[in-house]
Design a protein around this ligand. Structure first.
Ligand code: ASP
Length: 358
């Protein structure tokens, strides 16, 4: 089932305290039912494929039986992380420029106002689980690289090669076609021929490739948790950290307000502290949908004087304490999608495009 958000004026801010206005009804009328406590347990992910759906069912299983938002979020994130076909998250994610998969993830628990994250983590399939352990079993928020791996191993995680055949070939193709003047690729006298025959024909022509997942949930106690997990920008520089493990950028949760997560060009999300901004907008009364759109506009406003034609690729999702949901993407031709699971079932929802056609 797919439902559409109502496209509304992107710049219309005067609704200010749009509280109670379900511009993006939680899952549309009749789908969400509030519990007797007035709480709407739900789980959402920015992933909209079959794995996203499976992740929602796994997370919902926990929420349905009264489990915590933290447990539900971790379970759902793990389903996406271990999918070898997904080239943007966890196992099977596209590697950095050296062919090494380096994962970023953050976790936040609204109930205890705790956060944990890992960055540039290698060889561990489920970085979200490591981030959760950083959150619950250290007095730190962010561990990186070798230290993050050491911590994961101390907790019994197995080191595994995360580079799948598929991801390795995409990386090799990228390397071969990176530059016409290096020595990767066919001998010079065969280059045009090889391109035509296309050894790589089954592998997509990928330049920079973004992709991440956000998972946000509210449990039956009304507690909110969230996780963002990714292999990050494909072919990134060794050691590059994106927004996903940065609390306030790729993820933010406030138990009294809601939660937000980001995917897309991490550099912009870091500079704009986008997830924190969205949650603060919701705190001021904006709906999750408005908050997502506000954050996208805030980013483009910054570029107006620098390069007005620059519209980076971001997609934001947000939920509030009342069970409202929002989703918006910066540009493109097809509306962004997200997966939602509530007690009324699974729904694929469409968000809005801030600058269609850009
Ligand atoms: N935000 C991620 C990063 O910059 C990538 C993505 O979401 O596509 O690493």
């Amino acid at each position: 089932m797919k439902k559409s958000l109502t496209r509304r004026s992107f710049f219309f801010r005067s609704l200010g305290a749009g509280a109670g206005v379900f511009l993006f009804p939680p899952v549309s009328a009749g789908i969400i039912q509030k519990s007797t406590k007035g709480i709407t347990p739900l789980i959402i992910t920015s992933h909209s494929n079959e794995t996203g759906r499976n992740a929602m069912e796994a997370g919902w299983e926990i929420l349905r039986s009264g489990g915590s938002a933290v447990d539900a979020v971790e379970k759902a994130a793990n389903v996406i992380e271990v999918d070898p076909e997904d080239t943007s998250v966890g196992y099977g994610g596209l590697p950095n420029e050296r062919g090494v998969v380096q994962l970023d993830s953050s976790f936040m628990d609204g109930k205890t106002y705790s956060a944990g994250a890992v960055a540039c983590l290698e060889n561990i399939k489920t970085p979200s689980s490591v981030a959760r352990l950083v959150m619950q079993h250290t007095d730190h928020v962010l561990l990186v690289g070798a230290g993050a791996l050491e911590f994961a191993k101390a907790w019994g995680f197995n080191e595994e090669d995360l580079l799948t055949e598929k991801a390795r070939k995409i990386w090799l193709r990228w390397k071969e076609e990176l530059s016409p003047s290096d020595d990767w690729g066919a001998p010079e006298h065969l280059q045009n021929i090889q391109k035509k025959e296309s050894y790589w024909k089954d592998f997509p022509d990928i330049e920079h490739h973004y992709g991440t997942t956000n998972v946000l949930a509210i449990d039956s106690n009304g507690d909110i948790a969230g996780c963002t997990t990714t292999s990050g920008l494909s072919f990134k520089l060794n050691g590059r950290v994106g927004d996903s493990p940065i609390i306030g950028a790729g993820l933010y949760v406030d138990n009294e307000v809601g939660a937000a997560g980001a995917t897309g060009r991490g550099e912009d999300v870091i500079k704009s502290c986008a997830s924190y901004y969205m949650v603060m907008r919701m705190k001021e009364g904006r709906t999750p949908q408005q908050a997502c759109e506000d954050a996208l506009k805030m980013i483009t406003d910054k570029y107006l004087k620098v390069n007005p034609g620059f519209f980076p690729s971001e997609k934001f999702v947000a939920i509030n304490k009342s069970g409202e949901i929002g989703c918006a993407t910066m540009k493109g031709t097809s509306n962004p999608k997200m997966s939602v699971r509530t007690e009324k079932g699974f729904t694929l929802l469409e968000g809005t495009i801030a600058f269609p056609g850009k």
